[in-house]
Design a protein around this ligand. Structure first.
Ligand SMILES: C[S@@+](CC[C@H](N)C(=O)[O-])C[C@H]1O[C@@H](n2cnc3c(N)ncnc32)[C@H](O)[C@@H]1O
Length: 223
């Protein structure tokens, strides 16, 4: 069953102003149909259920610095930007979104999709590089990453590259959880006490969600 055939998800999808605009826009220029087909054939564009989950995660957890590895057409990038910029404390000084894509030919599509959410490439940093080899110090400086959405080839290698730059309560989201055995890759970081998880979100292609391990703060005095 596709996301749009599911009444519960329809409420979510159409209840969100942005996803409504996005799906309307994509339907108008005929691309939305392609995306649905692609979701089943070449699986390049993130499925709508995963986009919806990501959007809600970013809004509810109020992430400030977000990284996506693997931009493709910039659909996920646009959703992440819209979510980040709709949090009450959003400002271009305190919030950053970086997306990494190794294929420079994607630039036009990424910019076109960012335009739908009112952003341009001065608000979102599009980095053309290999996420498994990127020099994050150069792009992040002293910034720490609050959420990373891993959607490129070599997701664990891309994760290892960014691991030293994760903030204390960073969230790591791995797309296409049901398509490959990412759990085995990430097990090393869990065993080493760096990540906790995963929580698996049953979107059509699956999301694996980890959190950076950190000391729990007691909410109540025990005496
Ligand atoms: C599954 S698509 C990304 C979909 C996108 N995140 C979205 O939400 O629609 C994967 C993209 O990652 C790019 N890619 C693959 N390996 C990469 C790597 N190591 N570094 C950067 N980009 C990579 C591919 O060129 C492709 O455009």
């Amino acid at each position: 069953m596709s996301c749009l055939d599911n009444p519960l998800l329809q409420v979510g999808v159409y209840g969100s102003k942005f996803l409504q605009t996005l799906t309307t826009k994509l339907t108008e220029d005929g691309k939305y149909f392609d995306i649905r087909i692609k979701n089943r054939v070449n699986k390049m564009v993130t499925d709508l259920e995963s986009l919806l989950f990501l959007r809600n995660l970013v809004v509810s957890s109020r992430r400030h610095v977000i990284v996506e590895t693997g931009s493709h057409l910039g659909i996920g990038t646009a959703v992440l930007y819209e979510a980040m910029s709709s949090t009450p404390s959003f400002s271009t000084e305190s919030h950053r979104l970086l997306t990494v894509e190794k294929d420079r030919r994607r630039k036009r599509d990424i910019i076109a999709h960012l335009k739908i959410v009112g952003a341009d490439d001065s608000e979102v940093q599009i980095v053309f590089s290999d996420s498994t080899k990127i020099d994050w110090k150069r792009h992040l400086g002293d910034l720490k990453v609050d959420l990373v959405f891993l959607d490129c080839y070599g997701r664990y290698e891309a994760y290892l590259r960014i691991e030293p730059y994760l903030s204390e309560k960073a969230i790591v989201v791995v797309h296409d959880w049901f398509l490959w055995d990412f759990a085995t890759d990430f097990e090393t970081s869990v065993r080493n006490g760096i990540l906790v998880g995963p929580i698996v979100i049953a979107t059509s292609r699956g999301l694996g969600v980890y959190q950076k391990a950190h000391k729990q703060v007691a909410m109540y005095e025990t005496k």
